[in-house]
Design a protein around this ligand. Structure first.
Ligand SMILES: Cc1cc2nc3c(=O)[nH]c(=O)nc-3n(C[C@H](O)[C@H](O)[C@H](O)COP(=O)(O)OP(=O)(O)OC[C@H]3O[C@@H](n4cnc5c(N)ncnc54)[C@H](O)[C@@H]3O)c2cc1C
Length: 288
């Protein structure tokens, strides 16, 4: 068990780890790639670099800096957060427990542009299996996605639903699908229904009757993860107070995932603040 688990190895996550680790807290960062910075070719508005630096080198320098002071790194995709007396972070194959968790996963995923998806939000379109499975008890439902996160959501839903179909929307399936979950790889034309979703129409003219669809494209976004453990979100942001605390005790968030200015400088400040508040939280509960 780590005292602190940080999800995300971008500027916010690394900055938080520098504080927690140097304060003697056993710190693990779980991250899956370079985040937004992999697309930033030239950064020249961040303090301390005489010459412009690439986003990739900023990330790799941060990782080396954190490793040097003892932060552990796990390269994996987080699919859920829950609580069983401690905070539990789930990846595809593993579970990690901690006293405190900091979400630093960058800005949330965008919703795919498929006709009907936005319109039926809250009327058959959901973004969180553990939050909404109950409403679809005994019904035929679908999960939109093609990777580990989609399979995780489908597996969560199969226990309560009549049937679950994974809709890949023409994308190649990138995960092993457990028995009992159907897979449909056809390209989607639209979602339809009268007030609530009742079907998905495919581009080949066929359709499938469904009572709901759970969107799980790509990886679990920041707000998806926050919602799974009941933390308040506001659109694509995780709601935090001035101490970067979410509405769940021990759970903090920092960086692009809290909205506002999407910049490295702001992510670094919020990571530092979340890290110092996580330390206080752990000391208060008396674990360290
Ligand atoms: C093209 C481009 C250019 C930019 N240029 C600048 C600039 O010049 N100056 C500037 O200040 N800012 C710039 N930015 C913005 C800057 O990149 C972000 O504000 C900053 O990286 C936010 O840091 P973060 O740590 O919050 O998120 P990110 O850097 O996005 O890091 C998110 C981390 O979370 C991980 N992650 C996400 N989901 C999961 C999951 N489910 N499981 C495990 N890990 C996960 C990712 O792997 C990554 O490690 C630019 C952004 C882009 C896209």
């Amino acid at each position: 068990m780590s005292n602190v688990i940080i999800i995300g190895n971008g500027p916010a996550g690394i900055s938080a780890a520098l504080y927690t680790s140097r304060a003697g807290q056993n710190t693990t960062i779980i991250g899956k790639d370079e985040g937004s910075l992999k697309r930033a070719e030239k950064i020249e508005n961040y303090y301390g670099f005489a010459e412009p630096i690439t986003g990739s080198s900023l990330v790799s320098q941060g990782i080396l800096q954190a490793k040097r002071i003892g932060v552990k790194f796990v390269s994996d995709e987080v699919v859920g957060i829950s609580y069983n007396g401690k905070l539990v972070v789930q990846t595809k194959d593993n579970e990690f427990t901690a006293d405190s968790v900091i979400i630093a996963t960058g800005s949330s995923r965008t919703t795919p542009k498929i006709k009907g998806l936005k319109e039926f939000e809250g009327h058959g379109v959901s973004y969180c299996a553990v939050c909404d499975a109950f409403f679809y008890k005994g019904k035929d439902i679908a999960v939109l996605g093609n990777g580990e996160y989609a399979v995780h959501e489908a597996a969560e839903l199969i226990a309560t639903s009549k049937s679950v179909t994974l809709l890949t929307n023409g994308m190649e399936l990138n995960a092993e699908v457990p028995e009992g979950i159907a897979v449909n790889t056809k390209e989607i034309e639209s979602f339809g229904g009268d007030g609530v979703i009742s079907e998905v129409k495919f581009k080949d003219g066929t359709s499938l009757a469904i009572s709901g669809v759970f969107v799980a494209i790509g990886v679990a976004g920041s707000t998806d993860l926050a919602k799974k453990i009941g933390a308040e979100t506001d659109g694509k942001k995780i709601v935090v107070d001035e101490n970067m605390a979410t509405t769940v005790p021990g759970l903090f968030a920092a960086g692009d995932c809290t909205g506002g200015m999407l910049q490295v400088a702001k992510a670094v400040y919020e990571g530092a603040k979340a890290g110092t508040e996580a330390i206080k939280y752990i000391r208060n509960i008396g674990d360290n």
